[in-house]
Design a protein around this ligand. Structure first.
Ligand code: NAD
Ligand code: UFG
Length: 337
């Protein structure tokens, strides 16, 4: 079986291509390389022994996307392609709505015309906004706090409406908590452009000497040590969650949403400490003001994924930091673009 993977050259999409390949499913990557290096294909080949088919294309190009679906005879779409920087989305909201929402609406149109009726979508725990309760289950109210988050809410709603209108259609929204880690080979990982927004790549770049000090955004939250707490999940576990969700639902219809998290949260200080152990060195850090829009704590209730998909996160915090460190030391500047 062949599936089209939009954004398959990116961080989570590339790891999911490996998991699909391992499950006997052939991924065909569709990516515009706006936030990825073409070298990812070489790395995937080194890891899997297979050169994946790659189509350079934009999800906003409805005609090209439809041709890609037909040409590849894809039976499903794994949809990772999106812009993902929260801060940037507040500065350039239309760019985010255009790329993430309009792009996905064109894809859904092309899929219906090409009679490809299965989509697995990268959603985010950001759709829950400031949590009403913890752990967060899938019944928690949906609301976003920034344009990026709204793009996820809007796409989920559009998928749900298409599923309601088209009895052949099946859509799965996977709400990721905080994806971190890298492939254990050290050949593939996350390499953000410019200064990382997210904690783990910032710590990794500080450990390797590229940044001077980790700024802890707030040390007076109502948490165990005052710093923000999150449910960090290894990208390999996340990738397996996609395969499990697809295998479970590939013969049914309707819309499904799942949290993909570990159910456990770690503080910023926990993360720095764990990374120091992996890198075997002290990592300098200092307190800084809270970051606007940040919440104190979140973590997933992932019971639905466990019971329905027979999936749960298996890798530990030290797997996350060890694998990130291996990748960071192998490729301190990321892959060449
Ligand atoms: P990424 O930037 O590494 O990957 C996204 C890929 O999509 C890139 O390769 C980029 O070139 C491609 N792309 C973007 N716009 C495109 C377009 N219009 N047409 C074709 N390709 C396009 O990001 P990631 O971290 O791998 O995230 C994957 C998905 O998961 C995104 O939808 C993101 O919003 C979602 N997500 C990520 C996180 C996280 O913390 N990384 C958390 C929750 C949800
Ligand atoms: N943090 C720091 N210093 C940094 C970066 C982050 O102290 O340099 C703190 C944050 O304040 C927060 C924690 O580390 O307490 C995690 O921050 P991240 O930026 O790594 O992750 P967020 O939880 O803020 O956001 C991530 C993704 C969003 C997604 C959200 C929920 O970036 O896209 O998880 O899935 F929406």
């Amino acid at each position: 079986m062949r599936v089209l993977v939009t954004g398959g050259m990116g961080y989570i999409g590339s790891h999911t291509c490996i998991a699909l390949h391992d499950a006997g499913i052939t991924p065909v990557i569709y990516d515009n390389l706006s936030n990825a290096s073409a070298q990812v294909l070489d790395q995937l080949e080194k890891i899997t022994g297979t050169r994946f088919e790659f189509i350079l294309g934009d999800i906003q190009d409805e005609q090209q996307f439809k041709l890609a679906l037909k040409h590849t005879k894809a039976e499903a779409v794994f949809h990772f392609a999106a812009l993902k920087a929260v801060g940037e989305s507040t500065e350039q909201p239309l760019r985010y709505y255009q790329n993430n929402v309009s792009g996905t609406l064109s894809m859904l149109q092309s899929m219906q015309e090409a009679d490809v009726n299965h989509i697995i979508f990268s959603s985010s725990a950001t759709v829950y906004g400031e949590p009403d309760y913890l752990p967060i289950d899938e019944k928690h109210p949906i609301r976003a706090t920034n344009p990026y988050g709204w793009t996820k809410v809007m796409v989920e709603q559009a998928m749900q409406d298409v599923c309601n209108a088209n009895s052949q259609f099946m859509g799965i929204a996977l709400r990721y908590f905080n994806p971190v880690g890298a492939h254990p080979s050290g050949l593939l990982g996350e390499s953000p452009n410019g200064i990382p927004n997210n904690l783990m790549p910032f710590i990794a770049q500080t450990a390797v000497g590229k940044r001077e000090v980790v700024n802890i955004f707030g040390d007076d939250y109502d948490t165990e040590d005052g710093t923000g707490m999150r449910d960090y999940i290894h990208v390999l576990d996340l990738a397996k969650g996609h395969v499990a969700a697809f295998m479970q639902h590939k013969t049914d219809t309707a819309f499904h949403a799942y949290n993909l998290g570990t159910g456990q949260s770690y503080s910023v200080l926990d993360m720095i400490k764990a990374f120091s152990a992996s890198a075997n060195k002290d990592i300098p850090y200092k307190s800084a003001p809270r970051r606007a829009g940040d919440i104190a704590c979140n973590y997933a209730d992932a019971t639905k994924a466990k019971n329905t998909l027979n999936w749960h996160a298996e890798l530990t915090l030290s797997d996350m930091t060890n694998d990130t460190w291996r990748w960071q030391t192998n490729y301190p500047r990321g892959l060449e673009s």
